[in-house]
Write a protein that binds this ligand. Structure first.
Ligand code: GLN
Length: 201
């Protein structure tokens, strides 16, 4: 059974701890570098990416996070956590630092005013059964991905024929614009736990 941390600086930490436990992982909050060193994998929750970024720098976690990602630690980021995994951020704050690791450009708060919060059913590549319920809350979308990035889910664009990328995977890194931890459907967390196990952690 892998031990999976949830970055507990700000955001919906408790919901991820519950979802990970339901997906048969040992889940614990991570606030300090010593706690990060003890986990096999990490979830970065939804919340406010500028705040999480600022606190990660303040708590001395930003460099250790980058080092663990570079060393292959599996990480799953939801919403603000997705932004933190992006190599490039559009509409971020000037001083907003990213952990990075996924070769993608995300646009912060991309779904805009009318659509600040919405729910929609989304087919998720690699998950059998029903589509997942995507809960979007001032969510980012992925505007561009590099060749090594697998697109797992998209939603139709409101204003044209394009689709918006809302879930991706690159190696041991997984990111969704939406919040499976708020739905009671733990299949995306189970998918991540299987990724962690396959990584030999
Ligand atoms: N808009 C938030 C941000 O920038 C993300 C919102 C969320 O995590 N629900 O970080």
């Amino acid at each position: 059974t892998p031990t999976i941390g949830v970055l507990a600086l700000q955001g919906d930490v408790r919901e991820h701890l519950v979802a990970l436990a339901a997906a048969d992982a040992l889940a614990r909050p991570v606030r300090r570098p010593e706690e990060l060193a003890e986990v096999d994998a990490l979830v970065m929750p939804g919340g406010e990416s500028t705040t999480i970024s600022k606190l990660a720098v303040l708590f001395g976690l930003m460099d250790p996070l980058r080092e663990r990602v570079a060393a292959g630690m599996p990480v799953y980021g939801t919403c603000a956590g997705m932004i933190l995994l992006a190599d490039k951020i559009l509409d971020g704050r000037d001083d907003q630092e990213s952990v990075g690791g996924i070769d993608m450009t995300v646009r912060r708060n991309a779904f805009g005013r009318q659509n600040e919060s919405f729910e929609t059913a989304i087919p998720f590549a690699g998950l059998a059964g029903d589509p997942v319920t995507g809960v979007f809350i001032r969510a980012p979308w992925v505007e561009a991905v590099g060749a090594g990035v697998e697109v797992l889910a998209e939603v139709p664009a409101a204003d044209g024929p394009d689709a918006r990328i809302v879930a991706v995977r690159q190696g041991n890194l997984l990111a969704t614009s939406f919040h499976p931890e708020l739905t009671g459907d733990h299949r995306v967390h189970e998918y991540f736990v299987r990724m962690v196990e396959a990584a030999g952690r």
